[in-house]
Design a binder for this molecule. Structure first.
Ligand code: GLU
Length: 425
């Protein structure tokens, strides 16, 4: 296997970067004269790896590994979240940064793509240790982030408190309060109304619009949601509020089913109070295999990468997959779903609600003028609906999947900017 470098080509089939490279190969034939620039997409512009030493509460010193990858900055500053997870690798962060390039361009947000991560299990740290880890990581990547350079945000296992620590650390280092250096902050620190709910809301809008285009209504649709974070909870609640029947849920603890519909609000309250999803009275515990076979109209993978594998794609019983997570479906699984006429709304559109409201937050911070929640949700709705329409139209025009269509729109924008800017020197 080649060692990770900027033009890294892994041969591990589980590699997210390998998945992304295959997705680029699928879009290349549709790029016309811009194909000349396609290699730009196959490497990151810049990847920073940092050592993060922290003082532990027990008096020892622990070291963690952190990364920030900037995949492409042709259309604007880098933008993308930071995840804290024991499985973070440079390969994964590179892929996630590239998917941010595609996502930001597909939504026409004025950003390039970036992503960060720290290889750590945050649940094993005390609050003080987590704060010191966050601050040291921010200080180490401070060389390349900034309100007009690269703007981090929450991702898996990071939240508004972590963004507040990142904002404070960066501000202390530059000697001025810089609210625009991160998004997903608490409202009291220049955060935006609606940001916390935005990714889940976007997933719901993507599902509702695509279901309508396929000829079925969200009301009465059977929905299964996989995931353990913020996205799953908000999306599941919005599905239920729209009259959909949430029949299956899964989190890190296990899977549950209720053919008559799960009271999602009650289930999430139960988990929020420390209960286990599998012990929630309003549903029955099932195995992993049974979970992936639940009969549904809409399936939302909102956990991590590599969930919808080839084997699961053969047995999954649904009409529409809406990717709440980044990279949940492997390219081989994509082909099987396509052959089985199961539509997939790709991550780069389906979960773009989060970064869209991050963009609103950044704009509000720059102008120090804040919008109402209704204004934010209206603008989010408009941007998501328009982006989806364009992707559906491109998929019909080029006779390709929604994923390749989203890549055609996005990569054309990125490479057109690359060409117009030209190479320096
Ligand atoms: N982490 C989120 C994503 O994957 C949001 C990124 C952001 O708001 O910058 O899209």
């Amino acid at each position: 296997m080649s060692t990770p470098g900027l033009s890294y080509v892994p041969n591990n089939p589980q590699s997210p970067w390998q998945m992304y490279l295959q997705q680029v190969d699928r879009v290349a034939p549709h790029l016309g004269h811009l194909q000349r620039w396609v290699e730009t997409l196959k490497r990151c512009k810049r990847v920073l790896a940092v050592d993060i030493p922290i003082n532990k509460d027990d008096g020892t010193v622990a070291h963690f590994e952190g990364f920030r990858a900037q995949h492409n900055l042709s259309r604007g500053p880098g933008k993308g979240g930071v995840r804290f997870h024991p499985d973070v690798t440079i390969d994964e962060v590179m892929a996630l940064s590239a998917w941010m390039t595609v996502k930001n361009a597909a939504l026409n947000l004025p950003y390039g793509g970036a992503k960060g991560g720290v290889r750590v299990d945050p649940k094993a740290l005390t609050r003080g240790e987590l704060e010191r880890l966050t601050r040291r990581y921010t200080s180490e990547i401070g060389l390349i982030i900034g309100p007009d350079k690269d703007i981090p945000a929450p991702d898996v296992n990071t939240n508004d408190q972590i963004m507040a620590w990142m904002m404070d650390t960066y501000s202390m280092n530059v000697g001025a309060t810089a609210t625009g250096v991160v998004t997903g902050k608490p409202i009291a620190l220049g955060g935006s109304l609606g940001r916390r709910e935005a990714t889940g809301r976007g997933v719901y809008i993507a599902a509702r619009e695509t279901a309508r285009a396929m000829g079925f209504d969200i009301s009465g649709a059977r929905v299964v949601v996989q995931g353990f974070g913020n996205v799953r909870g908000i999306a599941a609640k919005l599905f239920r509020a729209a009259g959909a029947v949430v029949v299956g849920l899964q989190d890190a603890n296990g899977s549950v089913v209720n053919e008559a519909g799960i009271d999602v609000d009650a289930a999430l309250d139960y988990v929020a109070l420390g209960g286990k999803l599998t012990e929630f009275k309003g549903a029955t515990q099932i195995t992993e295999g049974e979970f992936w076979a639940i009969k549904s109209d809409i399936f939302v993978p909102a956990a991590l990468e590599n969930q919808l594998t080839e084997a699961r794609a053969k047995t999954i019983s649904t009409r529409l997959v809406v990717e709440g997570a980044n990279g949940p479906t492997t390219p081989a699984a994509d082909d099987i779903l396509h052959d089985r006429n199961i539509i997939v709304v790709p991550d780069v559109i389906a979960n773009a609600g989060g970064v869209t409201v991050s963009y609103f937050e950044w704009v509000q911070d720059f102008s120090s003028f804040f919008w109402t929640e209704a204004e934010i949700n209206d603008r989010l709705e408009r941007i998501m609906v328009e982006a989806l329409k364009a992707v559906v139209a491109a998929s019909e025009k080029h006779k390709v999947s929604l994923r390749t269509a989203a890549f055609i729109i996005a990569c054309t924008r990125v490479l057109a900017a690359r060409e117009l800017r030209g190479l320096y020197p």
